[in-house]
Design a protein around this ligand. Structure first.
Ligand code: NDP
Ligand code: MG
Length: 388
């Protein structure tokens, strides 16, 4: 029996992770659960999985009557509070940690988990975007297996594990093109959160759904792939594939291209990460290629998706640049979702923030946090003062 901690258990990836764990009761039990404020869902998860420890990040949720009720109802469960509680839970011993908190808030718990688990199933791509060089080394030094959950990286991971680095010509990440792929560029300024949140193929949290519309998500994934697979940026390509049936591809030096196909449901890469290297029979559905019909591929349009090139440039420059890009994007996406700025302001905010925060070539972890805070403050003031 392997004990699993799920960080971000109430989110899209968290719920899918629990679905996989529920389907394999003889293999997995839950050790810890962490969320930010969704106590209603958390209480259902507690009563089903009876974890040893629970952490809730949001301080006002910890002050609520529901939180007090949960604590008095489950006297054998330890309840931890605030960011420090999330970090403490992540540092408690377990076999596998699923890192599925959204955004930059996931970095500190991901780092804490490296001291406590044997395998990290990494969904939080921001961990690698912000601190890839440091994080990969820390995982290797501690002997922690780092298994990607992001569907593209999960696909590449399973395709390349028998290949030598010099046999790989390049990897090709597929992108659905997001909710606005057929939207006229001239009208993008008028896009509302409702329109941008309608993802054509994947059901995900709101932040990543907006990132898919701008293709910032694919750009962050390019940086994630660079760190995970140790490939230069010119060996990582992106192609639009509207059906999302091919989850990614690997081209070998002899010109062959291997595609990983499957149903568009995150339970598959999550199950892959939990049970790697085994293939586990499951009842989560099968790909019906005859039903899928034709599969299409096309190059992306730079005018519609400037974020992708920005991410390549940020990744190539390295240092604290991806940290600043990620922080500014996070602020701009939530400002858009809160209707405080427009859709096209997302990329503009990122660009302007990147121009204002000083470059650091080899940031240590404290400098990464400082650059993140500086970029957050810069992006917030750009939006507040309407200087975008
Ligand atoms: P969601 O928004 O659906 O869920 C986020 C989770 O993180 C929730 O459990 C939320 O708790 C928790 N959380 C948010 N902020 C904090 C905080 N400050 N402290 C502690 N917990 C917090 O996100 P997704 O599941 O969509 O994404 C999670 C990660 O996985 C992201 O990094 C994303 O890029 C990555 N990913 C997601 C995919 C998907 O299909 N959804 C695919 C590939 C990667 P609460 O519910 O209480 O707010
Ligand atoms: Mg992905």
């Amino acid at each position: 029996m392997q004990r699993v901690t799920v960080l971000g258990s109430t989110g899209s990836i968290g719920v899918s992770s629990l679905k996989v764990i529920r389907s394999l009761p003889e293999r997995f039990s839950i050790c810890g659960l962490a969320c930010n404020s969704n106590l209603k869902l958390l209480s259902e998860q507690i009563s089903e999985f009876m974890p040893a420890v629970v952490a809730v990040g949001d301080r006002s949720a910890c002050d609520s009557s529901l939180f007090r009720e949960l604590k008095s109802l489950y006297k054998n469960i330890e309840f931890l509070e605030g960011d420090s509680g999330i970090r403490e839970l992540a540092g408690r011993p377990c076999d596998i940690t699923v890192s599925a908190i959204v955004g930059s808030a996931g970095l500190v718990p991901s780092i804490a988990a490296l001291d406590s688990c044997k395998r990290l199933a990494l969904a939080n791509k921001e961990t690698l975007v912000m601190a890839g060089d440091i994080f990969i080394k820390m995982a290797a030094d501690r002997g922690v297996e780092l298994i990607p959950v992001d569907s593209e990286h999960s696909a590449v991971f399973s395709l390349i594990h028998n290949l030598e680095q010099d046999e790989i010509e390049r990897i090709i990440l597929t992108a659905s093109g997001g909710s606005l792929r057929d939207y006229p560029v001239a009208e993008l300024d008028n896009v509302t959160p409702e329109i941008a949140l309608k993802h054509p193929t994947w059901s995900m949290g709101s932040k990543i759904t907006i990132d898919s519309a701008t293709m910032m998500n694919k750009g962050l994934e390019v940086i994630e792939a660079h760190h995970l697979f140790g490939l230069d940026y010119d060996r990582i390509s992106v192609i639009i594939h509207p059906e999302s049936v091919v989850h990614s591809m690997v081209e070998t030096v002899d010109g062959a291209v291997y595609a990983h196909m499957g149903v568009t449901d995150m339970v598959f890469p999550i199950m892959g990460a939990l049970t790697w290297p085994e293939k586990t029979r499951n009842s989560f559905g099968r790909l019906d290629l005859a039903k899928a019909g034709s599969l299409n591929f096309r190059a992306h349009d730079n005018e519609k998706y400037p974020a992708l090139d920005m991410c390549y440039a940020a990744g190539r420059k390295g240092g604290n640049v991806p940290v600043v890009l990620n922080a500014a994007n996070e602020i701009a996406v939530y400002a858009f979702l809160d209707r405080k700025s427009g859709y096209m302001d997302i990329v503009r905010t990122v660009e302007k923030t990147m121009a204002r925060v000083a470059y650091i070539a080899n940031p240590g972890i404290e400098e990464i946090f400082e650059s993140h805070r500086e970029a957050v403050d810069t992006a917030l003031s750009l939006i507040r003062e309407k200087k975008i």
